[in-house]
Design a protein around this ligand. Structure first.
Ligand SMILES: Cc1cc2nc3c(=O)[nH]c(=O)nc-3n(C[C@H](O)[C@H](O)[C@H](O)COP(=O)(O)OP(=O)(O)OC[C@H]3O[C@@H](n4cnc5c(N)ncnc54)[C@H](O)[C@@H]3O)c2cc1C
Length: 404
């Protein structure tokens, strides 16, 4: 805490750039000026099983919280990748594999300790500095450095979850079937589909090299018998190459999305969708189905709604609550990066009629222009965020970090 205050004062005195924070580097924000604070060593996690609260240092990753809570039968509402930093994820809202049953992860934030841009140490909660508390739940940056957070844990005695992987020939059938299924899906079941274009690289296993596949992820926080009945229509769509849906120990939650563990170069751009329908699936399949474009290694659609649509009591700065789906396009190959913004723009043009007006900040992309950053919130939230930033910022105010 002391070190963060000192760094904050130095940044204010120098006045030659923003104070930037990095925990894991997963955000992929290039740092080119100003003062950089790394929170990596603030990695303590304490569990109070009676209060069902986790107290988490700013450098901790979700994996550490999941592991610490599991022996008590408790779990954080974590992200799909447990190697992502808890604080970096929470300040962006956070949509994980339990999104529809449990909502945004920042809905579970109870309090945070913040060193403000003028080096004041504040505890923010529903009772203390409620405006700042509202802002850090999804408002991302510009409020200072968070040193510690307290989050509410949930009981998760049973989790029936995992993924079904289908070969290229079944992509169209499974996409259509899944899209129809989502129209009446149980609000407690969270699903997503991802088309993966595996490159023809020698170090990949033979059955993946140069192949296109569709992975359907499923998570149901309840009894296996009920989960099995809910997933059955999806299982019946086509024979799966790999059926990895079953009873999942809560400390294995990262297996649902199976995201890369290590921070590496990546480019991704996200959008939110108001709805999907038959025409959307036709357009999507034309672009990314069998024989379609493989510019993006990963094209993901997540089904939202359910608990993601309801704001917390007292409100939060999370953007994107009204969306029904999210769409993400990504690539881990740096030589491709220069061509990807135009390719993503082309996808956005083709899908324009289904695009929601905003996209939640964590999913908007990691190399975005100032104009797109603002599309992470509806105008009323954006205005209120500006007002809260001005109330804590030194002169000139610390701006949220953006990359171009
Ligand atoms: C593999 C992968 C999977 C992902 N999956 C999901 C997902 O399922 N759902 C989802 O919602 N998001 C997802 N994300 C996006 C992720 O939540 C954001 O990129 C998040 O910001 C990463 O936080 P970090 O601390 O790991 O990264 P960092 O690069 O260390 O931090 C990112 C940003 O968080 C802010 N920040 C970090 N620490 C602090 C602090 N102590 N005080 C104030 N601000 C701070 C800063 O603005 C910083 O630039 C994923 C990202 C990756 C790489």
């Amino acid at each position: 805490m002391h070190d963060i205050s000192v760094a904050t004062r130095i940044a204010a005195e120098r006045g030659d750039g923003p104070l930037q924070v990095v925990a894991t580097g997963h955000g992929g924000v290039p740092v080119t000026s100003g003062v950089l604070v790394t929170t990596r060593r603030l990695d303590t996690v304490r569990i109070d099983p009676d209060a069902r609260i986790a107290t988490i240092g700013a450098g901790a990753r979700w994996a550490a919280v999941v592991a610490a809570a599991a022996p008590y039968g408790l779990a954080p509402v974590a992200g799909g990748s447990t190697s992502v930093g808890v604080v970096g994820y929470l300040v962006g809202g956070g949509l994980g594999p339990l999104a529809r049953s449990h909502g945004y992860s920042s809905d579970y934030l109870v309090a945070a300790t913040i060193v403000t841009p003028d080096a004041e140490v504040l505890t923010v909660s529903a009772e203390q500095h409620p405006d700042l508390f509202w802002a850090v739940r999804g408002g991302r940056g510009g409020f200072g450095v968070i040193a510690e957070v307290h989050i509410r844990l949930v009981e998760l005695p049973e989790l029936y979850a995992g993924s079904l992987t289908f070969s290229e020939e079944h992509i169209a059938t499974v996409m259509r079937g899944w899209a129809n299924w989502t129209a009446h899906a149980d609000a407690r079941a969270t699903t997503s589909v991802v088309v993966i274009n595996f490159p023809d690289l020698e170090d990949l296993p033979g059955h993946l090299r140069g192949r296109r596949m569709l992975r359907l992820r499923f998570a149901f926080p309840g009894a296996a018998s009920e989960g099995e009945a809910i997933v059955k229509p999806l299982r019946d769509l086509a024979p799966a190459l790999v059926d990895a849906v079953g009873i999942l120990p809560i400390d294995q939650v990262a297996r649902i999305h199976d995201d890369p563990e290590d921070a590496g170069p990546s480019w991704f751009r996200g959008f939110m969708l108001t709805h999907i329908d038959h025409d959307f699936v036709t357009t999507f399949l034309h672009a990314f189905g069998s024989g379609g474009d493989s510019t993006f290694m990963v094209v993901e659609l997540r089904h939202l709604g359910g608990a993601t649509a309801a704001d917390v009591i007292g409100g939060s700065a999370v953007g994107g609550r009204s969306a029904a789906f999210s769409l993400s396009l990504g690539s881990p190959f740096p030589p491709m990066f220069p061509s990807l913004p135009a390719a993503a723009l082309d996808v956005a043009r083709r899908l324009e009629r289904w695009l929601a007006p905003e996209t939640t900040i964590n999913l908007i992309g990691n190399r975005i222009s100032e104009g797109r950053y603002e599309k992470s919130w509806p105008q009323d939230i954006l205005d209120r965020l500006e007002a809260v930033r001005s109330s804590v910022a030194i002169d000139p105010p610390t701006r949220p970090v953006t990359a171009t």
